[in-house]
Design a protein around this ligand. Structure first.
Ligand SMILES: [Zn+2]
Length: 447
């Protein structure tokens, strides 16, 4: 078992993951008001792969990724669509599960829905009121931010850099504009509410996570994660709520992934700037998409561009090509240091980009050997990225090529024949011919 270190957002320093017992990871999941965006897929991939890696090292991991199914955004979207909010949330949760399922990473150990944790949420708010960290006004309950001296430490902000993003809502009821909502009294036109000591209403977003995390993992859980866009106010407030109510920190270590950068000037589908996860999977396939994610360090932003996606698809093809020259079984012992370097890179702040480079070092070395080389070490590495399927012989054309053929059809439909020809040549270079049949394009091996 390697010592695994992750850069902690609170201290700014790498911190060791405690190996004593279970490693509890809580990663904030989506708010289900629409289909999930490619950007929402990044934390899902990062924390699912982190759990895979830790398990391979022998850690006993429990991964919790919540679903926020009670939230203002859901009320607004349901109203706009003219459907009940519960129905919209249920439908979008099912889409989220189906879309992420296609990544082939399995499911988190728990996927709690906020709507199923109202009781512990209400109890946690009541504890905050009792300890003087929260107050009720006209059916709402607010967190008294200035009652907690360390507030702002996690996101490294000072009071004047803080805006709870609640706008004018509750402004006349808050003691201080810094305070944020824990419970919101039912309003005209809202179609779901739950009873509480402060009247019917619903929880605020931040308190949902504090309660679900504590219920499933306890306080001082090992790793709390999510996108860096959630650091303030969401995570700052989660940390404040749990510290205020329990006198203990919510998490030992905070881990944040960087954002995807979508090219703002090129939004059209034809340019390849697909924004939904489901569409991205249709367009490039899950192998290339996972390759795209692991090619960047989780903390860095990554540009979501056609070039990056193409490079990821090419990497997947390079591994498939290498696999054809390998044979099942033990790899040469003198290649093992490259395999070990792969795992060392992951143990050092989960550097998947560095680890991926070691995969290609290994392949380059294996290619230099005379005679067949066993694939066991390569398989060990690829299993961590859930890409060991690239080693299996395929009956049909690889999915990256099917995706390229689909892009070529689209290019022809918009009369971009230069692009269509380029795609045809790219597919041919990989050993497959596109034949246009009555049923659409078909891929046949180049004779
Ligand atoms: Zn959260």
């Amino acid at each position: 078992m390697r010592e695994v270190r992750i850069k902690d957002t609170l201290s700014g320093e790498p911190a060791s993951i405690d190996a004593g017992g279970e490693v509890g990871i809580y990663a904030c999941g989506p708010t289900v008001y629409s289909r999930i965006h490619i950007g929402n897929a990044r934390p899902f991939v990062v924390f699912s792969l982190l759990a895979r890696f830790l398990r391979s090292e022998g850690y006993d991991v429990k991964l919790v990724v919540n679903v926020t199914d009670v939230n203002d955004k859901i009320y607004a979207a349901a109203r706009a669509a003219g459907v009940p909010s519960e129905e919209l949330a249920r439908e979008m949760t099912a889409h989220y599960v189906a879309d992420t399922e296609r990544l082939g990473l399995g499911r988190p150990d728990h996927e709690p829905l906020a709507s199923e944790y109202i009781e512990p949420i209400v109890a946690l708010i009541a504890d905050l009121v009792e300890r003087g960290h929260a107050y009720a006004v006209d059916g709402d309950v607010y967190f008294r931010v200035r009652s907690l001296p360390g507030y702002g430490e996690l996101s490294h902000r000072t009071i004047d850099q803080m805006d709870q993003g609640e706008g004018v809502e509750g402004a006349d009821r808050k003691e201080d504009p810094l305070d944020f909502a824990l419970w919101k009294g039912e309003k005209e036109g809202e179609d779901t509410s739950w009873p509480s000591p402060w009247g019917p209403g619903r929880p605020g977003w931040h308190i949902e996570c504090s309660a679900m995390a504590e219920e499933l993992l306890g306080v001082e859980l090992d790793i709390h994660g999510g996108g860096v866009d959630l650091l303030f106010p969401h995570h700052e407030n989660e940390a404040a709520q749990t510290l205020g109510a329990r006198g203990k920190p919510l998490a030992r270590l905070w881990m944040h992934n960087g954002m995807l950068q979508l090219a703002a000037e090129k939004m059209s589908k034809s340019e390849g700037n697909i924004r939904g996860l489901g569409e991205a999977l249709d367009e490039v396939g899950r192998d290339a998409l996972l390759m795209y994610f692991v090619a960047g360090h989780y903390r860095q932003p990554i540009a979501y561009t056609r070039e990056r996606l193409d490079a990821a698809a090419a990497s997947a093809r390079r591994i498939r090509d290498a696999a054809r020259r390998l044979q099942p079984g033990d790899s040469p012992e003198d290649l093992a240091p490259l395999r070990d370097a792969f795992f060392d890179a992951l143990a050092d702040d989960f550097n998947t980009a560095e680890a991926l480079a070691r995969v290609f070092d290994w392949i380059r070395e294996a290619n230099r050997r005379e005679g067949p080389v066993g694939d066991a070490q390569l398989r060990e590495m690829l299993e961590i990225f859930a890409l060991d399927n690239l080693l299996e012989a395929e009956e049909g054309p690889p999915e990256e090529l099917v995706a390229l053929a689909r892009q070529r059809t689209e290019a022809r439909a918009r009369k971009d024949f230069a692009e269509a020809d380029r795609l045809r040549d790219e597919v041919r270079a990989a050993g497959w011919e596109i034949r246009d049949g009555s049923e659409g394009p078909e891929l046949v091996p180049v004779a």
